[in-house]
Design a protein around this ligand. Structure first.
Ligand SMILES: [Mn+2]
Length: 415
């Protein structure tokens, strides 16, 4: 049995104002081809299908169009989807009556029995191999919210939050085991933050009580043949267990994720065990260029020159023009910097997403720079010079000082 594990699509995302719809469309086309080429029997989507609780209409259309194409083209493909912290679990689950008929299982929140208690049986789904035989039982655990956790009695050295998650996984895995026949693999999903994992600061929101509540890998029972995780955008195994993995996101969701090897995971099982794990690299449909390419901060002239020299492909259609992030160190004011960058890019096939000017002054506030001086004892020009030194190096130019005095005079006149 071969499954494709993916997560963190974040359909509907915008990156510094740029729509990702084109990249997502290309990824979903590519994924359909991979399902065919790799002869996958199952597809697991481990949360954060959408970027927000109320996804934009094109994102909803994209998801359902994908499911329709996948189920039409691969009628025997088992598809399991769980909600992540970005998704609205109930919104994701709402079309379940239709999706179930198509062989798509969606778990948005912990399933309950008639009395409102946790009913893990309802989150266990069979995964079939090519012959149609059950090869695995997938325990589809979605993102766990604080309110989902069972009450845990106070005990020395026991973190009630981690213990609560552990008990939920234990109950869920037990439900999986009750269904398991010899030779079948026990597969779990999860959307959570694990200890010892590396993350991007910008786009992976800390979840479930924050970073201090990262989960230890032993919340997942040892007899799980595979744990398909979502939430972190960098593909990685967790806690030294090769069978507990984040698939990572298929596209970079922040500029600093540019260097990640974005992929989906092809995982093969035989006789109830994982026998192979293979990353399938997702092609990059839109390039990201971060300048300076050296990663070292540089002055505006150097960065503008690098931007001038940047090789760009004029044959690219607009939707695949590369994204640019430009960072400049500013030792003195340069109010026209944005215009200068725009001028270098005018008529060229690239999209500037982010321009960062880092001021190289002392960074000290007035109180830090002169703790013993009363503000009233300073002349306006002294205050101005200290403000200048906070942001910039050297002395303000005579023209800037003259403009400042003109401004002071006009304020005093009107007062
Ligand atoms: Mn997430």
């Amino acid at each position: 049995m071969r499954l494709i594990h993916t997560a963190d699509w974040h359909l509907g995302q915008t990156l510094h104002g740029a729509s990702r719809e084109y990249e997502h469309a290309r990824f979903l086309d590519w994924l359909l081809e991979q399902i065919a080429e790799q002869a996958a029997d199952a597809l697991l989507i481990a949360g954060d299908v959408f970027d927000g609780q109320n996804p934009p209409i094109p994102a909803l259309a994209q998801f359902y169009r994908f499911l329709a194409r996948a189920t039409l083209r691969f009628p025997d493909l088992d598809i399991v989807v769980v909600a992540g912290n970005h998704d609205s679990g109930s919104r994701l689950e709402a079309p379940s009556p239709l999706l179930n008929e198509m062989g798509v299982r969606v778990i948005g929140g912990l399933p309950c029995d008639g009395d409102g208690g946790f009913d893990p049986e309802r989150m266990v789904f069979p995964l079939h191999d090519r012959s149609g035989a059950v090869a695995a039982r997938c325990v589809a655990m979605p993102y766990i919210r604080m309110a989902d956790l069972p009450p845990v009695e106070e005990e020395e050295g026991v973190d009630p939050l981690i213990e609560g998650v552990r008990r939920l996984y234990a109950a869920a895995a037990e439900a999986g085991r009750r269904n398991l026949r010899p030779g079948e693999a026990l597969i779990l999903t999860g959307h959570c933050y694990m200890t010892g994992a590396s993350l991007s600061e910008l786009s992976e929101r800390k979840i479930l009580g924050g970073n201090q509540h990262a989960l230890p890998v032993d919340v997942f029972p040892e007899d799980a043949a595979y744990v398909a995780l979502g939430h972190l955008h960098r593909a990685q195994a967790v806690g030294g267990r090769e069978t507990v993995r984040y698939s990572g996101s298929p596209i970079p969701l922040a500029l600093d994720e540019n260097a990640y090897a974005h992929q989906v995971a092809l995982v093969e099982f035989a006789s109830g065990r994982m026998v192979e794990h293979k990353p399938l690299r997702v092609p990059r449909f839109v390039a990201i260029h971060r300048l300076p390419a050296s990663g070292k901060a540089a002055a505006p002239e150097a960065v503008l020159e690098e931007l001038r020299q940047l090789a760009l492909d004029p044959a690219l259609p607009r939707e695949s023009w590369p994204y640019l992030e430009v960072s400049v160190d500013l030792a003195e004011p340069r109010p026209a910097l944005r215009d200068e960058v725009d001028a270098v890019l005018a008529g060229r096939p690239a999209r500037l997403l982010k321009l960062t000017a880092r001021l190289t002054g002392s960074g000290e506030t007035l109180a830090e720079a002169a703790p013993d001086i009363e503000l009233a004892a300073l002349a306006p020009e002294d205050v101005f010079r200290r403000l200048y030194a906070r942001s910039h190096e050297g002395e303000p130019s005579p023209a800037l000082l003259a403009a400042f005095h003109e401004l002071v005079a006009s304020v005093q006149e009107s007062a």
